[in-house]
Design a protein around this ligand. Structure first.
Ligand code: IPE
Ligand code: IPE
Ligand code: MG
Length: 236
């Protein structure tokens, strides 16, 4: 039987190009992208995936993008968090946020904390939004916390300290389907993740595309550095 991954990460790329190709504004692509999360999330939870982490906004996006695009993104987050608070809670889904939330406007930060608290005991699965997130930044913050407290295990202080390792990363909107990149997403947690990429822009990524990614994942055979059988082994 196929082994459902425990933890899937999605790099939801291509919103801006999706909009530009339709002569729309980039923010309209972000709105379409935000609308596309829910069906994929429910599908993942129905399949028994325990954790779905989506890369919603990187710290680099916050530092390097134009203010008007960021303002639109923050407005979208704001209204989606209101929606998530009720809808995801009713569906028994736990919401978590990872990232350097101090870079977000205070209303979003406040709502994120509220939703995380409210849904903390939900048991159907965990939906993680990476906002103001970069993997290197998560590691640096955890290391400095560990040093401050005199601990020799910095992983305890990572935002994602209690998540299982990432089994599968899906990246949408790649320029070239052969070449892909992590763009500083879940660097530590993806050490042995399988990475699937597609040129389909995130707003067009469907449940069927998700299943296709899973099909490829099922075919992979992770050995974590080991050799499981040796054909040339004749014994001593
Ligand atoms: C990804 O879409 C989502 C965010 C970064 C918020 P992009 O905005 O990077 O879309 P493209 O890559 O320009 O098409
Ligand atoms: C990665 O996409 C970040 C998110 C999807 C939120 P980017 O568009 O920011 O990454 P690069 O610039 O293509 O590496
Ligand atoms: Mg992009």
């Amino acid at each position: 039987m196929n082994k459902i991954p425990k933890h899937v990460g999605i790099i939801m790329d291509g919103n801006g190009r999706w909009a530009e190709e339709r002569s729309m504004q980039r923010w309209q692509g972000h709105l379409a992208g935000a609308e596309n999360i829910e069906p994929i999330l429910y599908h993942a939870m129905n399949l028994g995936i325990e954790v779905l982490t989506v890369y919603a906004l990187s710290l680099d996006n916050i530092k390097k993008r134009f203010d008007d695009e960021k303002q639109h993104l923050f407005n979208i987050f704001n209204s989606k968090l209101d929606y998530a608070k009720k809808e995801f809670h009713d569906k028994n889904i736990k919401l978590r946020f990872i990232g350097n939330l101090s870079y977000l406007p205070s209303d979003i930060r406040h709502k994120a904390k509220q939703v995380a608290q409210m849904t903390n005991n939900n048991g159907r699965g965990t939906f993680v939004m990476a906002m103001a997130y970069n993997g290197q930044d998560e590691i640096k913050r955890a290391v400095s916390e560990a040093l401050k407290l005199g601990s020799d295990d910095f992983t305890k202080y990572m935002d994602s300290y209690d998540f299982s390792p990432v089994d599968l990363i899906i990246r949408t909107g790649v320029e070239n389907p052969i070449i892909t990149r992590l763009s500083d997403f879940l660097l530590w947690q993806s050490a042995y993740a399988e990475i699937y990429s597609t040129s389909i822009y995130w707003p067009d990524f469907t449940v069927a595309e998700f299943d296709l990614a899973l099909e490829y994942y099922f075919e992979s055979d992770r050995k974590y550095g080991a050799i499981l059988s040796r054909k040339d082994w004749g014994g001593f």
